[in-house]
Design a protein around this ligand. Structure first.
Ligand SMILES: [Zn+2]
Length: 497
């Protein structure tokens, strides 16, 4: 029998299979232009992931399967629907530039262990992923279009998924699962968006804190004792989470693997994390730059950790932000964009600060509307700080903003304002002694300065004339100003708390 190669080609794709029969020029799969479920089953049983060269794929329905070969689908393939349940993909899944005309349902125990790449794919109907769906490697949904509802419910991504430049036409609902971060740079949400982090949930079993929001790591259990403890925990707890594990026990290969993952993850958490450091389930490096919302009033971002989120260029007006954790420097909330920008060179940051100032001003307004006055007043500091950073050292000293910072930390720090007041008083005492040429009568000078600064006296109480009168005049001007700053700082402090 001759070894003729299939003559089928489509675009850049050239089939490499052998022909099906002597008198045929194509392989058994390429006799038709549409891959149906029957042919698909044949491909899978032959461990053949070369699903290319088809104009259309009827439905990709995979249930209770272990796929240990890479799958590749040609660009421009029309896929009708996709349904995966209890599937373990041990290798990559590549479907760039396809169109999925029907729904995508990835439900219950689906594991992607290698790269998943759907770059530039259009999803025409709803996409639902829920119930133990895990992406262990790179997950790329760059430049995708989503025409239907998108619902991701506690889907775990081990590496931040890439949803950059996506367009979402219908509501998007993401609950938890993004603990390692996510990239939404340049995304357009043309309808509702709900980005909900789940707050870590803790249970105490035998004086051991067991965080239920177990993040993932591949660590082998190293002590029998801990495994026993964990099993005990599984059988004792009657919440849905542990039930889910209980019913999974001793079923299939996939499921026992999962149990093992949970056990090892639990040990990992238990050994290296204290319960107080558990982060929100949407956290890590979140890229949220230039994101646009068509219906911002329907956008809700709740319990999300933005401490490593870049948000430059995103307009949050009318967006509801509830319980958002921002980056903190010395206890003051700030934008991670700023922290990140400091790593750049001076030239880049010079162009960056005007934009940063704008973003801070914008975020401050949004946070005020969300009644988060604490963060809003911290972001005011960020706004002023960016303003100062745009100035060269000399003009900086002559700017009112700079003095506003020095004298009261932009009217937010009463202690600083009080300290500045005392310092000004001491400078008065020093200058007064310097003018008179003798360094005595400290208390008299102190009293005189205090009287001037509080407008109790119009001239110094020591009857000194001449140059000293100019000093008095100047301190009579700055004294009340500094007192006003103290009052303002106290007012702002009260408003914050
Ligand atoms: Zn072929």
């Amino acid at each position: 029998m001759s070894k003729k190669i299939c003559s089928h080609s489509l675009g850049d794709y050239k089939c490499t299979r052998l022909v099906s029969a002597e008198n045929s020029s194509v392989c058994i799969y390429h006799k038709v232009s549409m891959l149906d479920q029957n042919l698909l089953e044949q491909l899978i049983s032959n461990r053949d992931g070369d699903w290319q060269g088809f104009k259309e794929i009827n439905n990709i329905t995979l249930k209770s399967k272990v796929i240990d070969f890479p799958i590749k689908i040609s660009p421009n393939t029309k896929i009708q629907t996709m349904y995966f349940s209890e599937v373990m993909f041990c290798d990559s899944f590549i479907a760039n530039g396809c169109t999925v005309t029907g729904s995508v349902e990835i439900i219950g125990d689906v594991f992607f262990h290698k790269k998943v790449d759907f770059t530039s794919t259009e999803f025409c109907q709803k996409v639902v992923m829920s119930g133990s769906v895990e992406f262990s490697s790179y997950t790329i949904f760059r430049d995708c279009k989503w025409q239907g509802i998108v619902e991701l419910h506690s889907v775990r991504f081990q590496i931040p998924p890439d949803f950059s430049n996506n367009t979402f036409e219908k509501p998007v609902f993401i609950k938890g699962g993004l603990a390692k971060g996510v990239n939404f740079d340049g995304a357009c949400f043309n309808n509702q968006l709900k980005l909900l982090g789940i707050q870590p949930y803790k249970l105490t079993v035998k004086n051991v804190d067991l965080p239920l929001d177990v993040s993932v790591g591949k660590h082998t259990p190293d002590s029998r004792g801990n495994v026993e403890k964990f099993k005990e925990f599984l059988f004792k707890k009657v919440n849905h989470w542990s039930k889910e594990i209980l019913c999974l026990k001793n079923k299939t290969v996939i499921r026992s693997q999962k149990i093992f993952n949970y056990v090892s993850n639990f040990l990992y958490i238990n050994q290296s994390h204290s319960s107080s450091t558990m982060s929100n389930s949407i956290s890590g490096r979140i890229q949220f730059r230039e994101v646009s919302f068509d219906k911002p009033e329907t956008v809700l971002i709740e319990n999300v950790d933005f401490s490593e989120a870049e948000v430059m260029g995103t307009n949050f007006s009318d967006v509801r932000l509830i319980n958002i954790a921002w980056h903190k420097t010395k206890g003051i909330n700030c934008l991670y964009d700023e922290i990140y920008a400091r790593k750049w060179d001076a030239y880049q940051t010079r162009n960056f600060y005007p934009k940063l100032e704008y973003q801070y001003r914008h975020m401050r307004k949004v946070l005020e509307e969300n009644k988060d006055f604490q963060a809003a007043s911290d972001f005011y500091i960020g706004e002023m700080e960016s303003k100062i950073r745009q100035l060269a050292p000399l003009p900086r000293i002559f700017s009112i903003t700079y003095w506003y910072k020095i004298l009261s930390e932009y009217g937010t720090n009463p202690k600083r304002a009080l300290f500045a007041f005392v310092t000004l008083l001491m400078i008065y005492v020093f200058l007064s002694a310097k003018i008179e040429g003798e360094f005595n009568n400290f208390l008299d000078r102190l009293f005189s300065g205090l009287s001037l600064m509080t407008l109790r006296a119009s001239e110094n109480t020591m009857q000194i004339k001449g140059l000293h009168e100019w000093l008095d005049l100047f301190w009579r001007i700055i004294g009340p100003f500094q007192i006003a700053l103290i009052a303002l700082s106290i007012r702002n402090k009260v408003k914050r708390n």
